[in-house]
Ligand binder design. Sequence first.
Ligand SMILES: [Zn+2]
Length: 215
Amino acid sequence: MKTAIRLTLCLLLVAMTCTRSMAQQAPPFTPMEKKHIRVATPGLFATDKHLYIHLDSLSEGEYCFPLPGGKVISPYGRGGGRHTGTDIKTRANDTIRCAFSGIVRMACVYGAYGNVIVVRHPSGLETIYSHNSKNLVGSGDVVKAGQAIGLTGRTGRATTEHLHFETRINGQHFNPNILFNMEKGTLRHECIRCTKNGNGIVVKPCATAPSAAAQ
Ligand SMILES: [Zn+2]
């Protein structure tokens, strides 16, 4: 009898431990999501053609300029729109910081990007950090805003050590300057509206945030 009780307790403990570790686990990403930058985010825009990124409600510590003190050496859209991100420079092997909290979707070598990190944020926004000399995180890691995630380098197609920083929604890149004033290195405390329009997505600040409009 005693043995039966002990066995039941033991099984219960194992079950509880398993449940807890599953709850702590980051959502699994598909092989496609771990290996490619431009992938659609499952479920995004499934029920609404608008999606809002509430930069207006973020407080200190919930955001971070990805390369503090960095200077823009090449803006988004340069070369007839071919440049898919903003290049920021400080010095070699400087610390790259995660812009917002999220989960690392991808951290590997990817063609011209060299060592790259893609972080998916709860809003659906994704931020990309490329040409790194070293990635300090791996796919599935939970990361916080301001956390050191990599070191600047010139891996992939790069002529100097710098950070190529991209912002994407559902795989589509847009100007990071909509989220951060890239010259000043400060966050734009605004609500950003992403609207699905055919195969594309229009990203721009919205004058009135839906939550503010309801008040
Ligand atoms: Zn670049």
